[in-house]
Write a protein that binds this ligand. Structure first.
Ligand SMILES: NC(=O)c1ccc[n+]([C@@H]2O[C@H](COP(=O)([O-])OP(=O)(O)OC[C@H]3O[C@@H](n4cnc5c(N)ncnc54)[C@H](O)[C@@H]3O)[C@@H](O)[C@H]2O)c1
Length: 380
């Protein structure tokens, strides 16, 4: 119960509504100077762009990027950023902030551009949301994680005090530009990393997507999502993600099905920040959560097995040495604070369905750890 205000003391009330409006655009020809897509949201004349680019993408594309802006008479400062979770820090946030301030840009007509994976789009989005209390930004994801998840929403942030995304903001981009050709150079491990989020979405809200993954997932990994079914899986994933995000962009409701796979994973990820990727931690959390859903009398054993089979078939991890009850319980307590005092753990009563649970007990966590450990020792 919230404390009620004595209305007789209220003298002024401020109410304001801001419309959020941004497009997610598919364009596979972004470096062609004739194509103005990367200049979206900006002034036509006397314009500047501060562009932060993932180091790998920078090495491959710096010349193309430079001439794109030069040929369009746009003054650019193109900065390389070394990604990876360990670099999503306040120190790097400040370094980028300083580089931007030394360039600099105007408040409205010169959007900051982020080209990279989730680390680049999260940190650059945060810089944009703080610089002069908010300047526009455009996100161009280059990893599968960015393509289906990190870049399409409005959350920004950096890790702080050994907590994931402890510092951050909600900042809608001007636009998101999707170019799946970037995925061609992505190492298989990072394809699987993004797939962790797609599997999460399938298990908690989309049986059709789940069936696609069972049927074509392996082929999509092989072709790095350049095949026809890869495109269909990408489209279904983004549509499913947006269906959840759009009505609840600022998370006024703390019951979010897309938080499936994100109750136990944050602590696993931060425990092993140099080795475990975000999507890998999510996949392990999904495996743990379906076992937990079975123990909690929600999900049938056969559906639990079906999910675990898919995770194994795709080559995603489903076990980690840090999967210990005390640690997972600590994560659940931390998430309970994050979810304003209730567990609100999304769990599947069936594949493609979600309910929120507030009564998970420590003993169930112990039991689920044992089940998963046994399965791991059987299957490896
Ligand atoms: N804001 C959100 O809503 C949201 C959602 C999901 C995940 N995230 C965040 O995303 C981050 C993880 O993102 P990520 O997995 O993209 O990691 P990342 O940005 O660290 O990129 C992973 C690796 O891929 C390399 N890379 C990038 N593009 C490449 C390409 N096309 N070819 C070859 N290599 C390439 C990078 O150099 C890096 O080494 C996490 O910090 C997570 O918290 C945010």
């Amino acid at each position: 119960m919230m404390i009620n205000l004595d209305l007789s003391k209220v003298r002024w009330s401020v109410k304001h509504q801001k419309e959020i409006n941004y497009d997610i655009i598919v364009d596979e020809n972004i470096f062609d100077p004739q194509n103005k897509i990367m200049l979206i949201g900006g002034r036509k004349k006397n314009s500047r762009r501060f562009v932060v680019v993932d180091e790998f993408i920078y090495q491959l594309n710096y010349e193309k990027l430079k001439s794109y802006f030069d040929e369009n008479h746009v003054k650019s400062k193109i900065v390389s950023f070394q990604s990876g979770e360990k670099n999503k820090t306040v120190e790097n946030f400040i370094r980028l902030f300083k580089e931007l301030d030394e360039f600099p840009i105007d408040r409205r007509g010169e959007p900051v551009i982020a080209i990279g994976g989730g680390v680049v789009t999260d940190i650059v989005g945060f810089v944009a949301s703080c610089y002069r209390r908010g300047v526009p930004h455009v996100k161009i994801p280059t990893t599968l994680m960015g393509y289906v998840d990190a870049a399409v929403g409005i959350k920004t942030g950096v890790n702080f005090n050994e907590h994931k995304n402890r510092m951050g903001s909600f900042e809608p981009p001007k636009a998101v530009i999707l170019n799946k050709l970037f995925l061609k150079t992505l190492p298989t491990r990072h394809i699987l990393n993004g797939l962790g989020e797609i599997v999460k979405l399938a298990v908690i809200k989309d049986l059709t997507l789940f069936e696609y993954l069972e049927q074509d997932g392996a082929e999509c990994i092989e072709s790095k999502f350049q095949n026809q079914s890869g495109q269909e899986i990408l489209d279904l994933s983004i549509a499913g993600m947006l269906e959840e995000l759009q009505p609840n962009l600022y998370e006024s409701s703390l019951e979010r099905s897309v938080d499936f796979g994100h109750t136990f994973s944050p602590i696993l990820e931060m425990q092993d920040v140099n080795n475990l990727l975000h999507g890998e931690a999510v996949a392990i959390d999904v495996a743990f959560s379906v076992v937990l859903a079975n123990i909690h009398s929600l999900l049938s054993r056969s559906e639990q097995e079906r999910v675990l089979d898919l995770i194994r078939k795709l080559g995603l991890p489903y076990y980690h040495q840090s999967l210990k009850p005390e640690l997972l319980w600590e994560s659940l307590i931390e998430r309970t604070h994050h979810r304003d005092g209730l567990q609100r753990v999304p769990l599947p009563p069936a594949i493609g369905k979600c309910i929120f649970v507030n009564d998970i007990k420590y003993e169930e966590i112990v039991q689920a750890c044992n089940v998963l450990e046994n399965l791991y020792s059987q299957h490896g």
